[in-house]
Design a protein around this ligand. Structure first.
Ligand code: NAD
Length: 371
């Protein structure tokens, strides 16, 4: 038995950022806030988007950090309340989109987002309409019901999941990703691979998401390295944007698993960027899950042209090396108690979506092999 639904209307294609005004008009709102990564305020794209919105977007909120903090969400919500904003557009990577998702909801309450962050408290269903415009390929956040936030003060990074977080429109223009430096292309691209593969093997996998996972994984193997080497290669950028949104569709219902669970302490404690942190453990979990495979993972590897699961794991490791992404933690010079801390904090709820039960011993062996 399975269910599928996807409420986000997707507009995809080069140059389609010019349609932002039409989308804003369709929503029928008048006073929009653009939540944007500071990079786009500096390079002028944020102003261009405001112009193209026929000035239905009238203000910019740019206090957006990578791994956005709960306090930034509360600040953005305050701006929305004070200025009687009636819709929000998010321009940036997962950080800008996730901050905007949470602020669009919390602004309609008197609460702080902390009430819902890692507490299990049900999120209210009311929210302002949101248009998501991704600039990385990427998190797929433009089609997911997830907002990943960090409470730096309390050392907590955690996703909040709610149907309130689905944007109304995803406006995906691959041209907006051309400015990503190679390091960001590499890290965000390996995140796409994690979404697709983890969505496929998640305990809650289902056939529509499976098909998306195979498609997105193939695109990453075919185009990520070219996008990394040639930032203006239109075909590679377009195919990575396609991979990103389709991988988003692949995981938003089944949810991510062990690699994402481990990424939270790796980012929080050791400041490894999100995608790189997820990718660090992906080939390890491919091997672990492959050893207890009921045949699904072998079929997945074969559909991608690999002879078996081990060959797919080797290919992931090779890709990371070619992209200059870390394959170990040696430079951090971690002591035994720091390895234990990683083991402990990796026991995040996403770990329990993994098809194979991951014990502390498995985590300890994996981290020990990296230090
Ligand atoms: P990001 O949004 O944090 O951006 C990373 C860096 O890249 C920033 O410095 C940003 O300024 C820069 N950048 C972004 N686009 C650029 C461009 N086109 N040109 C130049 N620089 C650019 O990175 P991300 O990987 O997209 O998002 C990571 C966040 O998303 C993490 O917090 C992660 O946990 C979260 N996430 C959310 C979901 C979801 O479904 N909501 C899924 C996966 C990850």
């Amino acid at each position: 038995m399975w269910n599928y639904s996807q409420p986000v209307q997707i507009s995809f294609g080069k140059g389609r950022i010019s349609e932002i005004g039409d989308l804003a008009a369709k929503i029928g709102c008048q006073k929009g806030l653009l939540v944007s990564d500071r990079f786009f305020v500096t390079n002028g794209l944020a102003d261009e988007v405001i112009e193209k919105s026929q000035r239905t977007l009238s203000m910019i909120f740019s206090d957006v950090s990578p791994n956005p903090d709960v306090t930034e969400v509360d600040l953005c919500a305050e701006v929305i309340r004070k200025n009687e904003i009636d819709f929000v557009a998010a321009l940036g990577g997962g950080s800008a989109m996730d901050l905007a998702k949470a602020a669009s909801m919390i602004a309609l309450t008197e609460d702080s987002i902390r009430k819902y962050h890692g507490t299990g408290e049900a999120v209210p269903s009311e929210h302002l309409p949101l248009i998501a415009i991704p600039t990385t390929s990427g998190t797929g956040s433009e089609v997911t019901c997830v907002s990943v936030l960090t409470d730096h003060e309390n050392g907590k990074k955690s996703p909040i999941v709610s149907n309130s977080f689905y944007p109304i429109y995803a406006l995906i223009d691959p041209e907006l990703t051309y400015s990503m430096p190679p390091k960001v292309t590499a890290g965000t691209g390996i995140d796409v691979l994690c979404h697709a593969i983890e969505g496929f093997w998640s305990k809650d996998h289902q056939p529509i998401c499976d098909a998306c996972a195979v498609h997105a994984t193939k695109l990453v193997f075919d185009y990520l390295y070219t996008a990394y080497q040639e930032p203006s290669n239109a075909l590679a950028r377009e195919k990575m944007s396609e991979a990103s949104v389709i991988a988003g569709l692949a995981f938003t219902l089944p949810k991510t698993t062990a690699s994402h669970a481990c990424s939270f302490p790796l980012t929080n404690l050791h400041h490894i960027p999100h995608g790189e942190a997820c990718g660090l453990t992906l080939d390890h979990f491919v091997r672990i899950n492959g050893q207890h495979d009921d045949g699904r993972l072998k079929q997945f590897a074969e559909a991608l042209g690999f002879s078996d699961v081990e060959e797919m794991a080797d290919a992931i490791c090779d890709l990371k090396l070619k992209l200059g992404l870390r394959t170990d933690l040696k430079d951090l010079d971690l002591k035994d108690d720091q390895v234990e801390e990683l083991v402990k904090i990796s026991r995040h709820p996403n770990l329990y979506n993994n098809p194979v039960e991951i014990t502390d011993e498995m985590l300890r062996d994996m981290y020990t092999s990296m230090v």
